[in-house]
Write a protein that binds this ligand. Structure first.
Ligand SMILES: Nc1ncnc2c1ncn2[C@@H]1O[C@H](COP(=O)(O)O)[C@@H](O)[C@H]1OP(=O)(O)O
Ligand SMILES: [Mg+2]
Ligand SMILES: [Mg+2]
Ligand SMILES: [Mg+2]
Length: 343
């Protein structure tokens, strides 16, 4: 079966990265674009790179990943580098699947730098967001480890590990895992989307909701208003006739929740000047598509992951089922036109 080994390796990598035990509020640093990064973001990138290299030793290796080692190579980054190295070694030792001598700080820097690839339309590239939704992670809310594989510019498999998303469906007031077990979602092109609890229970196939009436639909959007315009999504929801208030959660956990029918629509309208990255959508996009949903930009184009690390989308990203997409696109067009004429 195509991509079977790769999917098994990706599940193992994302699951291991989700087992890092960290003190949440500590170790938050600011990157040059002012967004936060934590010891766990780096640790997760190291663990995923380590597991993929171990599990797929014969394959040439390319990863397009969010984090880089620049700040950790500076004098001021030495403490953080040491903490990342300890965290990764603790996680590997607790898991026990790999008998290796502890990684050195050099090994850690090298593993982070494996993520330097530019991607593109030729060959195979892994696409990794080691912690997607860092702000959610720091708050103790939703976040995801998001890993996908591109082959000739197309997403062929994706895995989302969501440590704080309960394995049973969420309502708007039950967003947290009550027993501490999170959810894993995975999909391979042409083979459907599946979920299982992050502690390894049996897998079940997932489908997006088959709701046709927008009045029965609920929608997801970013928790952070700085990441996506809440005004625009409420205007779209109103035009469409959605009655329920928005369900705001961080990260690609939104794609996971949508793939199993917890909500019907995901609206994302980043503010002017922000460019979407492939690692923020590749895994979520294949999980939802294989669950029967559709992911498009606000002009109705499919997402193109073949152009390097950026996704050039028109205006925003919208996700829903086949039945609701035509009326959603119409509402989006109207809301965008209104916004343009009011400026
Ligand atoms: N100014 C911004 N606008 C939109 N998205 C952003 C912005 N800054 C960071 N992001 C990224 O948006 C995603 C989270 O979106 P949300 O949780 O709102 O759906 C994350 O990938 C986050 O990066 P990161 O991976 O560093 O957390
Ligand atoms: Mg980040
Ligand atoms: Mg992200
Ligand atoms: Mg991230």
């Amino acid at each position: 079966m195509p991509y079977e080994k790769e999917l098994a390796a990706a599940k193992k990598a994302a699951t291991l990265a989700s087992l890092q035990r960290v003190l949440l509020q500590s170790d938050v640093h600011s990157k040059s674009d002012k967004s936060p990064v934590t010891v766990a973001d780096y640790g997760s990138q190291v663990l995923v790179s380590f597991v993929l290299e171990r599990e797929l030793p014969s394959v040439p290796f390319s990863i397009v990943a969010e984090e880089d080692s620049g700040d950790l190579r500076k004098e001021s980054g030495q403490d953080t580098l040491k903490r990342i190295t300890d965290l990764v070694n603790d996680t590997l030792a607790n898991d026990g699947s790999y008998s290796v001598s502890p990684l050195t700080t050099e090994d850690v820097l090298r593993a982070i730098d494996n993520g330097k690839s530019d991607g593109g339309s030729v060959g195979r590239h892994w696409v990794l967001d080691p912690i997607d939704g860092t702000k959610g992670f720091v708050r103790g809310d939703q976040y995801a480890i998001a890993l996908a594989l591109l082959d000739e510019g197309k997403v062929v498999l994706g895995v989302l590990a969501c440590p704080n998303l309960p394995p049973t469906s969420i309502g708007s007031n039950q967003l947290h895992s009550s027993n501490g077990v999170g959810s894993l979602f995975f999909a391979k092109v042409g083979h459907g989307a599946y979920t299982q609890a992050l502690d390894g229970s049996t897998e079940t196939r997932v489908h997006v909701t088959d709701i046709e009436n927008p009045e029965e639909a609920s929608f997801f959007e970013s928790y952070e208003a700085a990441h996506s315009s809440h005004d625009l999504s409420s205007s779209i929801a109103e035009k469409l006739g959605v009655k329920a208030p928005p369900v705001r959660i961080d990260s690609q956990a939104k794609y996971g929740a949508l793939s199993r029918g917890d909500g019907a629509i995901y609206l994302r309208f980043p503010h002017r000047g922000y460019r979407e990255k492939i690692w923020d959508h590749a895994a979520g996009c294949i999980v939802v598509s294989e669950a029967g949903g559709i992911v498009m930009d606000a002009a109705g184009n499919p997402l193109d992951f073949s152009k390097g690390k950026f996704l050039d989308v028109v205006a925003g990203i919208i996700v829903t089922n086949q039945k609701l997409m035509p009326s959603l696109l119409k509402a989006v067009k109207e809301a965008l036109n209104e916004k343009a004429s009011s400026l």
